[in-house]
Design a protein around this ligand. Structure first.
Ligand SMILES: Cc1cc2nc3c(=O)[nH]c(=O)nc-3n(C[C@H](O)[C@H](O)[C@H](O)COP(=O)(O)OP(=O)(O)OC[C@H]3O[C@@H](n4cnc5c(N)ncnc54)[C@H](O)[C@@H]3O)c2cc1C
Length: 362
């Protein structure tokens, strides 16, 4: 008998959410290479839920995740993880087109000036998306891991997969510290390292591309910002949201292709972010309180990948969550779990076609 039915590589939101779905029905181990599971992308996000983000197919996953994030089952968490703030998609000319099922309304200049005092005159109007919310990512991630453990799952940190080879209809997994274990199925939830983990298991890469995104916490000479909507532009060149009374979280919306790594903000990207911000509002910049960067990892078609590898039937992909891995985690995990366990899909995802996200598409 193998040591585990399923070994999940990576304890970020992807591995933790899938682990929470399957641990009650299979002997499951999560191995995480770092000291703590949220060290990479999951701990570095901008922490918002924006239903229109990522295109029509991703929006289906986000929409299907909304109820769980807002009001999770009581055995999962006592409180929801969302705090609504709305999003203003600003434009100097044409309003953006969003998937039809998403609630929006047009905001003209006079209202815009009330919502964002000090906004520069060239921003003529905006599309307001009222459903946009902050996600308490740390609480959500912790709840997934708690649920996983309660269901019998085992988590090992500082346990990095070095290699794996097929053995007796399953896998022999070698860890970097010299330990080894056996499992029937490997789940690849390694974020930016998804292709590297596939290669270490002798499985073909899918062309997953990690892209660096920069975040800046800025103190400004303007108060009353805590509940400021998320503000972005229709062309996708910046976004910011209120953090404290006179601080914002700001991003230049960068996507810089990089090798998998412990990403850090570059000065030039922080400067770009501030330059773009100054073109939106007339607020005095007081100081950069902190800056950070993380990797958003995309498949070639920018859709996530959930499913067994067509050429390695005991190797399961749960990767490519790009810039939407937190807000899609409930539906993504349910979709992946149904395939992994061969069970019927949860009603919340019954309308979603798993073939769209299958690795068979490449
Ligand atoms: C700046 C920024 C802003 C973002 N904003 C948002 C947002 O507002 N809303 C949203 O929904 N999403 C957002 N995202 C995207 C979101 O953070 C990611 O989609 C999500 O965190 C990906 O989760 P993951 O579990 O795949 O990756 P990770 O959290 O990176 O987890 C992968 C884990 O695998 C581990 N690992 C790798 N190789 C091995 C190995 N060989 N052995 C063992 N462990 C291994 C790594 O140590 C890592 O902990 C943002 C991302 C960034 C960077």
């Amino acid at each position: 008998m193998t040591d585990f039915d399923i070994v999940i590589v990576g304890g970020g939101i992807a591995g933790a959410s899938l682990g929470a779905e399957v641990a009650g029905q299979s002997r499951t181990l999560i191995i995480e290479g770092e000291d703590q599971c949220g060290y990479h992308s999951t701990g570095r996000s901008a922490a918002f839920y924006l239903e229109s983000y990522g295109g029509a197919e991703v929006a289906k996953l986000s929409t299907a995740s909304r109820d769980f994030l807002g009001a999770p089952p009581p055995d999962f968490a006592e409180h929801g993880f969302l705090r609504v703030r709305g999003d203003l998609h600003l434009t100097r000319s044409e309003l953006p087109e969003l998937p039809a099922h998403i609630e929006t309304r047009v905001v003209e200049r006079a209202e815009l000036e009330r919502l964002v005092p000090g906004i520069r005159p060239e921003w003529r109007r905006a599309l307001f998306e009222p459903g946009c919310a902050d996600i308490d990512v740390a609480a959500l991630h912790a709840a997934y891991l708690r649920h996983f453990r309660r269901a019998g799952g085992e988590l090992r940190t500082r346990a990095r997969l070095d290699s794996a080879a097929p053995r007796d209809g399953g896998w022999r997994v070698q860890l970097e510290d010299g330990a080894s274990l056996s499992a029937s199925i490997i789940v690849n939830a390694a974020g930016a390292w998804a292709d590297a983990v596939a290669a270490a298991c002798g499985v073909g890469r899918l062309g997953m591309k990690p892209k660096r995104r920069t975040m800046v916490q800025l103190r400004v000479g303007q108060g009353g910002l805590r509940n400021l909507p998320l503000v972005d532009d229709a062309l996708g060149t910046f976004y910011f949201k209120g953090e404290g009374d006179n601080t914002v979280w700001l991003s230049p919306h960068d996507e810089i292709e990089t090798d998998p790594c412990d990403a850090a903000a570059e000065e030039i990207d922080v400067a770009t972010a501030i330059d773009r911000f100054e073109q939106v509002v007339d607020w005095r910049i007081e100081r950069v309180e902190r800056s950070w960067a993380g990797l958003r990892t995309f498949a070639p078609d920018r859709l996530p990948v959930y499913g067994f590898d067509p050429n390695a039937p005991r190797f399961f992909w749960c990767a490519g969550q790009g810039g939407f891995g937190i807000q899609t985690s409930p539906a993504g995990a349910k979709l992946a779990a149904a395939q992994l366990l061969g069970s019927s899909p949860d009603p919340t995802i019954a309308q979603i076609d798993p073939a769209v996200f299958s690795p068979q598409r490449f």
